[in-house]
Design a protein around this ligand. Structure first.
Ligand SMILES: Nc1ncnc2c1ncn2[C@@H]1O[C@H](COP(=O)(O)OP(=O)(O)O)[C@@H](O)[C@H]1O
Ligand SMILES: [Mg+2]
Length: 253
């Protein structure tokens, strides 16, 4: 069997050439990184959980008409996706203060924001993904004003969807980031949600206890990351109720 072509290896995932033009296979690794990869570890089972959770959220978005790159899951660690031209931005939506916003403004983590706030970081590891304004995005040609309007609208639809899905299982969506990419239908360009939606890219707090169920568990050494992600998957019905992540997570269907 011919070896497939690796397109890109990032910190958490690998992209391979897909079976048809315009598709990629996205492979989820167990690697965890934080603080721009200064902190690293291998968390057994994380890739399997994120593959399944990202499928769950992207499929949900498809069901409510929010365009995204997900086509289908292939196996425990891989999914087939539409190839896009990634806009080099992390599009961040915040509902409650946390992380860099809390630091920047001296605001206590968990403070409710007056409305969802959308912000952008320039995706560049060497620079540590610096925050940029819309002015920068347009001036440097990463996206134009119309694209930005579409990006904000996508981001807020994703926010409403995710906030509701998480709230229904007792989890508060504090903030999250998405990536957006361009696809072409002939001469027409559309922006769709790409990359992943998982506890790696969201801040998730248990509504009652405030327990963190996201990558902050790893960033801040708060316990077992795969335990936290398994808890999220279990509540969403993605893992059977009695399963622990130890050795290999068992997937439903
Ligand atoms: N549908 C897609 N088409 C093309 N590139 C994508 C798509 N979805 C995600 N990507 C890119 O693939 C990479 C995923 O690997 P990841 O480990 O997250 O990388 P990074 O370390 O750059 O964040 C990212 O660079 C992301 O921008
Ligand atoms: Mg990434």
């Amino acid at each position: 069997m011919a070896r497939r072509k690796k397109i890109y290896e990032g910190k958490a995932k690998i992209l391979y050439e897909g079976p048809e033009p315009g598709t990629f296979v996205q492979y989820f690794k167990d690697d965890a990184t934080a603080f721009n990869a200064q902190k690293k570890d291998v968390i057994e089972g994380k890739g399997v959980l994120n593959n399944r959770l990202s499928e769950f959220f992207m499929q949900g978005l498809t069901n409510i008409g929010v365009p995204n790159h997900f086509i289908r899951r292939i196996n425990m660690r891989e999914q087939l996706i539409r190839q896009v031209e990634i806009i080099p931005l992390e599009v961040i939506v915040r509902n409650f203060a946390a992380g860099s916003l809390s630091k920047r403004l001296g605001m206590e983590e968990g403070t409710a924001l007056p409305r969802p706030i959308v912000e952008y970081s320039y995706k560049n590891d060497a620079l540590g993904d610096p925050m940029v304004s819309e002015e920068y995005v347009v001036a440097f040609g990463w996206a134009n004003q119309q694209d930005l309007d579409d990006i904000v609208s996508l981001a807020l639809r994703v926010n409403d969807f995710l906030s509701g899905v998480f709230y229904a299982v007792g989890i508060k969506l504090v903030d999250f980031k998405i990536e957006v990419g361009r696809i072409w239908d002939g001469d027409f360009m559309r922006l769709i949600v790409a990359d992943e939606i998982s506890p790696d890219s969201c801040r998730l707090w248990d509504v009652k206890s405030g327990r963190k169920l996201d990558k902050d568990v790893f960033r801040r050494d708060l316990g077992d990351l795969a335990d936290a992600y398994s808890e999220v998957a279990r509540r969403l019905g993605v893992l059977p109720a009695q399963t622990t992540h130890l050795t290999k997570p068992t997937l439903i269907n």
